[in-house]
Design a protein around this ligand. Structure first.
Ligand SMILES: Nc1nc2c(c(=O)[nH]1)N[C@H]1C(S)=C(S)[C@@H](COP(=O)(O)OP(=O)(O)OC[C@H]3O[C@@H](n4cnc5c(N)ncnc54)[C@H](O)[C@@H]3O)O[C@H]1N2
Ligand code: MOO
Length: 646
């Protein structure tokens, strides 16, 4: 059994960024100007009184490098293919067979000799059908000149035959219709030699290296393994990560909360993060702030690959965590130049007769704990899983709200990341205190304010660590108060009901229209909130420039400019509705264009448009208020990118 030399894993998400923002390979200690003030060598604690002053601080990359150095891929195990999902193959997989094993047919049709059909046309040839072969059978007959064998998709091509003619190119249907026997068949079309024959070994040849060691098993690889007849594979096993919370103030979830207590959330969040990273989480529970209990809990974790604790790593009256850890092994207590999650412990706990157990001591604050696990624990788990890519991918984006940095640490701000018109936007999700877990729950990314800046302002470029490429998170936020949200168009009784629903339920929804939306989307949603009532162009213009224009996304165009933007629309159907007497044909054209865009949501929108247009039939008033256009002779606005993009 060999462990792999390097990982091959899908990097799909990484296509959006350099992906190794926190890569330990990129940041040697020297890269940080020698600010490494840890005077001991790795693994030696510096006593418990080393302060958390900035002069002692490790950069994130330094801490990561020191931690990762203690982890290596775990041993290999043989598992059923399904259990291998997400795990790296521990050895090369070579094929024991040809795939397909025999040449077989790609179509239902007739296996023939090419020489017989090379000149086929509407009148000739007619071949004798000597037998039939279905998938799973092997014909014992040979196709000779003038003969054909009826064949099904996937069935081995009989000896002699070199080409398969699909039913559609024969007179089979005609024969069936007229009751003519199928012992003969007319071939109507000449096909190239080898047509519709899949050669043996076309996909994989016996002995070929199919999946190199390190390949991460995804559904496609599970299929490949099964197609080779392999029910199991050797993979690098999941590391077991023991999760331990510490603190007298903690109550286990499900129990009654005592006065002054809080629920232990770190056990759940960290265990979930372990599992999400591919490890097996073993929840030890809560260690109380006394020596015996802590010893007992560490003992309970002793058969794991990593022990992750939370709390007790900063300053405080209950330093016994530090004492115990120091007694039982070789611990470092670090300050890392990051916010949240400045205090961090890492070291090795001695185990009898075994290599020491690595311990990662996360800070107690719930956000700090999860974020520190994200930065350091997840990387350790991935290293143990045999992954090369240890960090999350990053993207470059634009901030829509400020991030503040009060004390020279690198700030990881919780943000919601969205892509609009080709740009990633990062919006802080609310209070950033290290106890505010809900703002982490709302986030799908972490935007970075470097340690040497005191703030990053809205509109500035920012590096974002993508925690989740979570479209659902964004979708769910779009208009949660609208009852029809999430329904398929088939479930909506009538489009006019939908418009009514939007009007009733989304009018007060502050998220229904957002200033960061494309201009036309804002107009469209404004019209939806009108419930299908036409709206003069001047009013729309006022809405846009006074309500939805922001310093980050100023809307400066004139009424004329707006008219041009809306006229050029081919998506929302404004132009059609703008006509004094709407022509149903054109409205439908717009509707069709929306439908052609392909999503269920677009289909809904198309139907809404039809209703809006139908309502317009009765109106004399011009939706886009063409009167406004005539007397507006301002210069055309500067065309901003947004308008061009539409
Ligand atoms: N004088 C100083 N005080 C603090 C400093 C400092 O430098 N000087 N650092 C602060 C920072 S930053 C952090 S982060 C915390 C880390 O403290 P500890 O790791 O020692 O953790 P505790 O003080 O025990 O707890 C902090 C906080 O988190 C709550 N907690 C703990 N465990 C859990 C859990 N399992 N589930 C939910 N919540 C938990 C705990 O009740 C506290 O509120 O120290 C600052 N102080
Ligand atoms: O590092 Mo602490 O996590 O700032 O709250």
């Amino acid at each position: 059994m060999t462990t792999h030399a390097h990982s091959r894993e899908p990097h799909a998400h990484d296509a959006h960024g350099d992906g190794d923002h926190e890569s330990i390979h990129d940041h040697g200690q020297d890269a940080h100007g020698g600010h490494d003030h840890d005077h001991g060598h790795d693994g030696h604690h510096r006593g418990r009184h080393d302060g958390h002053g900035h002069e002692d601080m490790l950069e994130v990359e330094q801490a990561l490098e020191r931690i990762i150095a203690h982890f290596s891929p775990r041993d290999a195990v043989e598992l059923p293919v399904l259990e291998c999902l997400g795990l790296a193959l521990a050895e090369d997989v070579t094929s024991p067979l040809n795939l397909p094993p025999l040449a077989n047919s790609a179509m239902d049709g007739y296996a023939v000799l090419h020489a017989d059909i090379a000149a086929a046309n509407d009148t000739a040839p007619t071949l004798s059908v000597i037998s039939a072969v279905a998938a799973g059978q092997v014909s014992d007959q040979t196709v000779t000149r003038g003969n054909a064998i009826r064949i099904m998709t996937g069935a081995p091509v009989p000896a002699g035959a070199d080409t398969v003619v699909p039913f559609e190119e024969t007179d089979e249907l005609e024969r069936r219709r007229t009751g003519t026997p199928l012992d003969e068949i007319a071939i109507r079309k000449a096909l190239p030699l080898g047509s519709n024959v899949r050669p043996a070994g076309e996909d994989v040849q016996a002995g070929e290296l199919v999946l190199p060691a390190g390949t991460v098993v995804r559904p496609a690889e599970a299929g490949v393994l099964a197609s080779l007849g392999l029910a199991t594979a050797w993979v690098i096993r999941r590391p077991v990560v023991a999760v331990l919370s510490t603190g007298d103030e903690l109550t286990t979830v499900g129990e009654d909360l005592e006065p002054g207590h809080i629920y232990d959330s770190n056990s759940s969040s960290v265990a979930a993060a372990v599992r999400a990273a591919g490890g097996v989480a073993k929840i030890i529970g809560i260690a109380r702030d006394n020596l015996d209990d802590l010893h007992r809990c560490i003992d309970a974790a002793s058969d794991s690959d990593l022990l992750v604790t939370s709390a007790g790593v900063s300053k405080g009256d209950y330093d016994m965590v530090k004492d115990v850890l120091e007694q039982r092994g070789d611990m470092n207590f670090w300050s890392v130049r990051m916010r949240p999650a400045k205090p961090l412990a890492f070291g090795l706990i001695n185990r009898e007769g075994r290599e020491p157990l690595p311990l990662l001591g996360l800070p107690g604050n719930p956000v700090s704990a999860l974020l520190a696990f994200e930065m350091f624990g997840r990387a350790a788990v991935r290293r143990m899983l045999g992954r090369d890519l240890l960090a999350r991918p990053t993207v470059e984006g634009v901030l829509t709200g400020p991030i503040f940095n009060s004390d020279g640490r690198r700030v990881y701000a919780r943000v919601e990341v969205e892509r609009r018109d080709g740009t990633w936007f990062a919006t802080p999700t609310g209070p950033q205190g290290s106890n505010i877990l809900t703002s982490l729950s709302k986030a799908n990314g972490l935007a970075i304010c470097p340690s040497d800046l005191t703030r990053k302002n809205a509109g500035q470029a920012v590096k974002i660590i993508m925690l989740d490429w979570n479209e659902e998170l964004l979708l769910a936020r779009l208009n949660t108060t609208c009852p029809s949200f999430g329904k398929t168009s088939a479930e909506i009784a009538h489009p006019s009901d939908l418009v009514k629903e939007i009007r009733t339920h989304c009018a007060g929804d502050t998220e229904f229209i957002q200033s960061s939306m494309p201009l036309q989307e804002i107009v469209f949603r404004t019209l939806l909130l009108q419930g299908g009532e036409p709206m003069p162009l001047s009013e729309l213009h006022t809405e846009l420039t006074e309500k939805w224009s922001t310093p980050i996304r100023p809307i400066t165009l004139t009424v004329n400019g707006l008219a041009r933007v809306l006229d050029s629309d081919v998506f929302y159907g404004f132009a059609a509705i703008a006509l004094e007497e709407p022509e149903p044909e054109e409205v439908l054209d717009s509707a069709r264009m929306l439908t052609a865009a392909g999503t269920a949501e677009d289909e809904q929108l198309a139907r809404i448009l039809e209703v809006l247009a139908a309502d317009d039939d009765d109106e004399d008033e011009d939706l886009l208020g063409e009167d406004d256009l005539d007397d507006d002779d301002e210069e055309p606005p500067e065309e901003d990118e947004e308008e061009e993009a539409e």
